[in-house]
Design a binder for this molecule. Structure first.
Ligand code: PXP
Length: 251
């Protein structure tokens, strides 16, 4: 069965550039509206505890100014839970967060953090927010997501994107195996982190993945050719990879 693959555009790094000057330009919400017009199926924003990029006011404005679903990335803290419950975004993706990291450097430990996470998954779900857990592509993490009652997982593709070419196939295989395992467990499967024009195709070709979330590369690429063009090219690469795999399967 051919499944539609959604593209979620993460606009955090528009806010990173804005915050470098402490003024209002460039506006991440304007970028989100442009991303939507360019074919994004959803917008993702991570309100970090230290507010290094996205600010509280950006979340307020995203909720009222975009028409596609907002995927609110958040750490499992009481402060973020309160903000999520106030806004009730379509989805909340729980991510690990360390102050000293440059980006989200690994998946959530859903196994070791099970008891801590339970409260947050439960409260978000009760509010009708679709909860996903950002995890490394490991079977034990997927099993823990099920036992936590999370309906969605997002597989961390950072290692696949960052390793030397000789190791890339093995890392991709981990994502393929995890996505198949997610399917058997009844979990909706997303993927993201580090994806670019070069790496998006093989992940888009994994037929059980239904959403990719991409940020840093798209915002960086927008400097050279514009955000609309970067999104459209990504969308075309995703569609081509998905069409090829669907063709192979039905042949
Ligand atoms: N998915 C999640 C859960 C993330 O936290 C991030 C950004 O940190 C992304 C996807 C997008 O990653 P990138 O900016 O490398 O494309």
């Amino acid at each position: 069965m051919k499944r539609f693959l959604r593209l979620g555009v993460n606009i955090d790094h528009v806010a990173t550039v804005r915050n470098a000057r402490g003024i209002r330009h460039p506006d991440p919400v304007r970028a989100a509206v442009l991303a939507e017009k360019s074919g994004a199926d959803g917008i993702t924003a991570h309100l970090r505890e230290d507010r290094r990029h996205i600010a509280d006011d950006d979340i307020d404005r995203l909720m009222s100014e975009i028409s596609v679903p907002l995927n609110f990335e958040m750490a499992a803290t009481d402060e973020m839970l309160e903000i999520a419950l106030r806004h009730k975004p379509h989805a909340a993706c729980i991510v690990p967060e360390k102050r000293e990291e440059l980006t989200t450097e690994g998946g959530l430990d859903a196994v070791g953090g099970h008891n801590h996470l339970q409260h947050y998954v439960g409260e978000l779900s009760k509010a009708g927010i679709r909860v996903s857990l950002f995890i490394d592509p490991e079977p034990a993490q997927l099993d823990a997501a099920v036992s936590l009652g999370a309906p969605v997982v997002e597989l961390h593709t950072g290692r696949y994107c960052e390793v030397e070419p000789a190791e890339q196939d093995a890392e991709l295989e981990r994502v393929i195996v995890a996505a198949a395992h997610a399917e058997t467990l009844g979990l909706e499967c997303h993927a993201g982190h580090g994806l670019s024009f070069d790496t998006v195709g093989p992940v888009a070709a994994i037929p059980t993945i239904v959403e990719l979330n991409i940020g840093h590369f798209l915002i960086g690429e927008a400097i050279f050719g514009g955000l609309e063009s970067a999104i459209k090219r990504t969308r075309a690469l995703m569609d081509k990879a998905r069409a090829e795999v669907s063709g192979e399967r039905s042949a």
